[in-house]
Design a protein around this ligand. Structure first.
Ligand code: HEC
Length: 250
């Protein structure tokens, strides 16, 4: 290519580049009004129109009587103490599936708060075996799913209200499993637990003391309950302990 042809090609190319640059409209600034953007068109100076009186956002209307089931809060504004829908095997199975899909990545399938996302650096998720969480109202767990909690995002958009209660029921089942005394198991399961290495009644630790089974060290911090692996678990000992937090009425 001669020097001349090179020049002849370069000039229009440069012009094209210049022209294209000049015409650029950023995609983030499109020629449309965004919510509550300024506008000289309406007297109040806002592009968005004021809502007519008594407007209700789609999906947000419900009878006061339905509030507990839909929001996790009772008419008195307090968290509902126990799951306001019938708890049966089908609900638990559903809860297990949803929990393993949505919660286990952070909270671990056993609920110890050391799921894979946490082990890869996300903030330490709560352990459901934390003494405080054994006694919170069922509505609190529902509300954490609905609105998120601290670093945990809201799952209201992904998980329907019925499924949220199913998950709450399953979290309660995990807690019960994690702290049940060996003596509370049906004979057959007790045999299996003993065969699998559970310690016999005298020095009996709860079968599912999940904190002891974790061998790696979490990147995101220690056990939020601050328990050392050898420390006595909370609900251990008295035979009625499992019932205190386990079937509190549901
Ligand atoms: C992306 C990770 C992540 C997922 C997924 C997640 N959580 Fe969490 N969760 C957290 C973290 C982190 C905390 C601790 C929040 C904090 O202290 O900032 C937490 C805290 C909680 C708490 C404790 C609230 C308290 O009083 O301390 C509950 C209950 C809870 N999560 C339930 C759930 C349930 C049920 C699901 C599934 C629907 C779920 N979480 C999914 C990360 C997650």
């Amino acid at each position: 290519m001669s020097r001349r042809t090179k020049l002849a090609l370069a000039a229009p190319l440069a012009l094209l580049a210049f022209a294209a640059g000049g015409c650029r409209i950023d995609m983030h600034d499109q020629p449309k009004y965004e919510a509550y953007e300024k506008s000289s068109f309406f007297p109040n100076g806002s592009a968005s129109r004021p809502l007519p009186a008594h407007t209700v956002a789609r999906g947000s209307w419900h009878d006061a009587a339905e509030a507990p089931r839909l929001t996790g809060f009772g008419a008195d504004g307090k968290l509902v103490p126990s799951i306001p829908v019938p708890v049966d095997r089908a609900l638990l199975d559903r809860g297990q599936m949803m929990f393993n899909g949505f919660c286990a990545p952070c909270h671990d399938r056993t609920g110890n708060g050391r799921g894979m996302v946490v082990r890869r650096g996300f903030k330490q998720a709560a352990s459901f075996h934390d003494p405080r969480l054994l006694t919170v109202a069922d509505g609190h767990i529902f509300d954490a799913i609905t609105r998120g909690f601290g670093q945990m995002p809201s799952y209201a958009a992904q998980i329907k209200t019925e499924d949220r209660w199913a998950i709450v029921a399953y979290v309660r089942a995990l807690q019960l499993a994690g702290h049940a005394p060996l003596a509370d198991l049906p004979a057959e399961d007790r045999q299996r637990a003993l065969a699998a290495g559970a310690v016999a009644p005298a020095a009996e630790p709860p079968i599912g003391n999940y904190d002891k089974t974790f061998s790696g060290s979490p990147i995101g911090g220690g056990d939020p309950a601050g328990r050392s692996p050898n420390e006595e678990p909370i609900a251990h000992g008295s035979s009625g302990a499992a019932n205190e937090h386990g079937d509190g009425g549901h």
